[in-house]
Design a protein around this ligand. Structure first.
Ligand SMILES: Cc1cc2nc3c(=O)[nH]c(=O)nc-3n(C[C@H](O)[C@H](O)[C@H](O)COP(=O)(O)OP(=O)(O)OC[C@H]3O[C@@H](n4cnc5c(N)ncnc54)[C@H](O)[C@@H]3O)c2cc1C
Length: 305
């Protein structure tokens, strides 16, 4: 039998946890469903310096734990399972999970995004054996070794800076001539002697034996090919929204994000989306938390009528 809730939240990142805090304080019977580690992507941030209230900064892991603790304190229930499908048509919406089906009057989708893959030869084979998508998780395996970071946005430069604690040389491979990362991150990276940059360059193949040994590169302007000896390749080339379980049920934009209005309402009444998953999100923890609060308040109005 389906277990019934007033609101179900899919995803336990900053958006889902903030929604959970507001809903549990509103005394709505709510369930948060999380498929991995509660906390979402912010768990991978070594230090969060732009979340208000922490003048000295805070580790992403600790911030996530505090968010979960706060929501749980007010009664939020958490289920560790993956949402695999959703039915939004009826009065009671159904969320199908790896741990059974659950129903609710309203659903908040806060399933965020995960790292995009490069899709080059060697990437899949060497994942976990030199290829990584998380410097905070794997940086310590590369003490005093040379590593490459592929990408030029905020996440890539944050990764490169994190790696300076361990690696002897960090080579940032970027397909353009300028970084897209925030100025403050760029300033930090340019001032760091261990970080080097290869501009106008793309990674074409990752090679090794048991573990990664080298990266094959191509300069996009000259076409010149080169080989870089590295022990690790950290890939940070964007994010893929986690919307597989809503395909065909909700309209998505070209990049796969859920379209909402300013109340976080989707096209289906009683169905909301919040955080990185929604179109035009600025993909920051504070914005995700704000979206979660907005979605929760309008979900409460929907449920209570
Ligand atoms: C390395 C790194 C550093 C960052 N540093 C900062 C920073 O300093 N400041 C800042 O503001 N932002 C930072 N960010 C961005 C920030 O982490 C995100 O904007 C924020 O986490 C988005 O929150 P969210 O709740 O929308 O989604 P997410 O954090 O992506 O959380 C979504 C959750 O949903 C779960 N999920 C997905 N699909 C399903 C499913 N089918 N069933 C159940 N659960 C599911 C996922 O496992 C995940 O836990 C950083 C990100 C990274 C990767």
């Amino acid at each position: 039998m389906n277990k019934k809730y007033e609101v179900i939240i899919i995803g336990g990142g900053p958006a889902g946890l903030s929604a959970g805090l507001y809903l549990s304080r509103a005394r709505l019977n709510s369930l948060l469903i999380e498929k991995g580690l509660v906390g979402g992507q912010i768990v991978n941030a070594e230090r969060v310096e732009n979340y208000p209230g922490f003048p000295e900064g805070i580790s992403g892991f600790e911030l996530a734990q505090l968010m979960h603790q706060q929501a749980t304190k007010f009664g939020l229930e958490t289920l560790l399972a993956e949402a695999t499908g959703i039915e939004l048509k009826g009065e009671e919406k159904v969320v199908k999970t790896t741990d059974g089906n659950f129903t609710a009057r309203a659903v908040i989708i806060a399933s965020g995004s995960e790292r995009s893959k490069l899709g080059i030869p060697g990437e899949k084979e060497f994942t976990g054996r030199g290829v990584s998508y998380c410097a905070t998780c794997d940086g310590a395996f590369f003490r005093e070794q040379a590593v490459a970071v592929v990408g030029g946005g905020n996440a890539a430069i944050t990764e490169a800076l994190d790696l300076t604690k361990f690696a002897s040389r960090i080579i940032v491979i970027h397909r353009r001539q300028q970084l897209r990362a925030a100025r403050i991150l760029q300033e930090k990276a340019f001032a760091e002697p261990r970080i080097e940059f290869l501009w106008d360059t793309v990674a074409e193949e990752i090679e090794g034996e048991e573990v990664v040994k080298r990266l094959r590169l191509r300069n996009v302007s000259s076409g010149e090919k080169s080989v870089l000896d590295v022990a690790g390749v950290f890939i940070s080339v964007g994010f893929q929204p986690n919307t597989a379980f809503v395909k065909g049920v909700l309209s998505l934009d070209a990049a796969g994000h859920i379209i909402t209005n300013e109340k976080m309402e989707t096209e289906i009444p009683g169905t909301f989306a919040a955080g990185d998953i929604r179109q035009n999100s600025i993909q920051q923890a504070i914005a995700a938390a704000g979206d979660g609060a907005t979605a929760a308040i309008y979900a409460e109005r929907f449920v209570r009528g």
